[in-house]
Write a protein that binds this ligand. Sequence first.
Ligand code: NAD
Ligand code: DAU
Length: 335
Amino acid sequence: MRLLVCGGAGFIGSDFVRRMLAKHDDLEVVCFDTLTYAGNLDNLRDVATDPRYSFVRGDICERAAVEAAAEGVDAIVNFAAETHVDRSIAEPEAFLHTDILGTHTLLEVVRARGIGRMVQVSTDEVYGSIDVGAFRETDLIKPSSPYSASKAGGDLQVLAYHTTYGVPVMITRGSNTYGPYQYPEKLIPLFVTNALEGGKLPLYGDGMNVRDWLHVDDHCDGIEFVLFNGVPGEVYNIGGGNERTNREITAIIIDELGLTPDVISWVSDRPGHDRRYALDCGKMADAGWTPKVDFEAGLRDTIRWYRDNEWWWSKIKHSTGEFADWRRRWYDERA
Ligand code: NAD
Ligand code: DAU
C-alpha cells in the first residue's frame, strides 16, 4: 500500500508517519507538506533514511503539486491545516485558504484519480462548546472560532463530495491532543517549555475551561482504525475520555517540574473562548476501538520528553524569531 500523508511534518501527522512505517512492513509513505512555521522535518528524522519513506514539499491548495505527489497512491490521510485557535483570531485568512480550499483540492484529486480512500482529520471544535453532556457525530456543528469554522467548512466539503460524487472519504473528529513534538504555542508544550526556561504560565480567564485530552499515539491509532475499517461518508469521534480544566493541567505541570503556583500569570481571556468540549465516542467503541494511554502517566511522560529534548523546542522558540514575533503580536493586540 502507498499512502499520501498531507501535513505529515506537523505534530500529529509526524506521529502517524512514524507509526505507520513501524507497524506495516509493506507500506510506503509519501509525506506531503508545505512546511509552514508548524511543519518541521526534525519531527521525521527517525524515518528520514527509511527507503519506504519520501518527502515532497508542496501546498495542498495547489492541484498540480497534489496530483504529482498522489501518483500511484492507494489512500490519502489529510492532517494539513492551520491549527492554532489564537492565530485564527489574530490572522484568519490562511485558515480559510488551507482548511477549506486545501481540503477541496484534495477531494478533487481523489475524485479525478479514483483514489481508493481518504481520511479527513478534523476536530471536536467543529461542534462548539457544550455545558453538559457530549456531542455525537450526528449533532449539528456550531463552530466558534475562525479556526473551527474553517475546519467545519472542510468537513462540509467532504460530506458533499461523498453525497454528490461518491468520493470514498471518512472524517475523524479528535479531541485535544498532547504528546512529544507539539509546536510550543499550544497549552501543554507552551507551559512546560516556559516553566523549563524559568518563565510564566499565562492562564486565560478563570482557567476553568475544560478540554478532553487524548494522547497523540491514541489519536493516530484511532485514525489508523478508521483508515482500515471506516465506512465512506461516515464521521467518527475520537476522544480520550479525560476531561480536565486548564487549572488541573497546569497543576500537574507545576508538580512534575517541582515548581510552585506563583509561576502562573492570570491573563485576559481568549475572545470567543469555548468553555467545554466533550465527545460521545460510543460509535468508535461499538466498532471495536478505545483509547489506551493512561492520562496522568501520558502527561507526565510528555512533560519529561520536553525536559529531555530541549534541542527540539529551543530552536523553534529562539532561532528564527517567528515564535517571539507571534507571541508579541498576540499580546500587543489584546493589551
Ligand atoms: P500542526 O499545526 O502541528 O501541523 C500542521 C501541518 O500541516 C504542518 O506540518 C504544516 O506545515 C502543514 N500544512 C499547513 N498548511 C499546509 C498546506 N497548505 N499544504 C501542506 N501542508 C500544510 O497541526 P496538528 O496539531 O498536528 O494537527 C493536525 C490535524 O489534526 C489538523 O487538521 C488539526 O485540525 C487536527 N486536530 C488537531 C488536534 C490537536 O489537539 N492538535 C486535535 C484534533 C484535530
Ligand atoms: O479540541 C481540539 C483542538 O485542540 C484542535 O482542533 C486544535 O488544533 C488545537 O490547537 C486545540 O485547540 P485549543 O484551543 O483547545 O488548544 P490550546 O492549546 O490553544 O488551548 C487549550 C486550552 O488552554 C484553551 O482553553 C485555552 C487555554 N490556554 C491556551 C494557551 C495557548 C491558556 O489558558 N493559555 C495559553 O497560553
